[in-house]
Design a protein around this ligand. Sequence first.
Ligand SMILES: [Zn+2]
Length: 309
Amino acid sequence: MKYFDLHCDTISNCYNNKKSLFDNDLQLSLLRGKNYSFWFQCFAVWIPDEKRGKAAADYFDAVLQKLNDELELNADKIMLCKTTQDFIIAQKRNKIGAVLTVEGGAAAAGSIERLQYMANRGVKVITLTWNSSCELGDGADIEPSNGLSQFGKLAVKEMERLHIVVDVSHASDKLFYDVANTTTRPFIATHSNSRTICNQRRNLTDDQFRMIKERGGLVGINFVPVFLNSTGKASADDVLRHIEYFLSLGGESCLAIGSDFDGIDRLPNGMAGIESVEDIAELMLHHNYSEALTNSILFDNAYHFFVSL
Ligand SMILES: [Zn+2]
């Protein structure tokens, strides 16, 4: 099975807890993903809301160093995909494709030049905010929100110029619409579910989903129990409910998965980690999803998006 995951926090977790990426007791390890015939994994450097300015920039550098060390240790199994060619080479060489992303625009430390620095190191996606505010604007927990700051508006324009994808997961509603009005290229929500199915401000409204779709972006369904089901007791069936709902809004070409592995303490009932994505695929086929549609959601939509950047 082919799998493309738009978001996990595993490398930040490996850095903080001095764990190996190859084999660990987290929700994702290279060893546990060995059954996937092709596997592309976005590894987010997550910037905690208490780190700002130089502290955020230094933290980004430290976690990136950890990722690069792990890539070197496991060079026979995994490679960083910085260019379209790299995505193709990873498949030819039968390697896992690592995609570098940043969760929290605070990593730029309020500097436009820092975005070029990040692009040079292979950053493909930046989630503009986490739940609080940063130099770019206000996250989902800030209400009322001022949306994108002046710096945030400059930053998203520079990201578009550098072909770094703007990610609106964790955005406040105002920030979402500011992004839609400020940008021209496709933008994405790497790990966001449906607010109609589970009323949570981290989830996307129907209007937001349609805007991402019409722009040619992607929406990654996450496995966070409280964003799947308002009781917080979620199972793989809830993952399917969100997928089905977004499909009813015409999402067949923009839906993907953004697991959030190792960004959450607990997974839906019956799921253990990266190996459980196979069960989601099985469940989809069991519910009479065609193989083509299942593959689109689990791999093709995200793959085509990244190779056409
Ligand atoms: Zn997140």
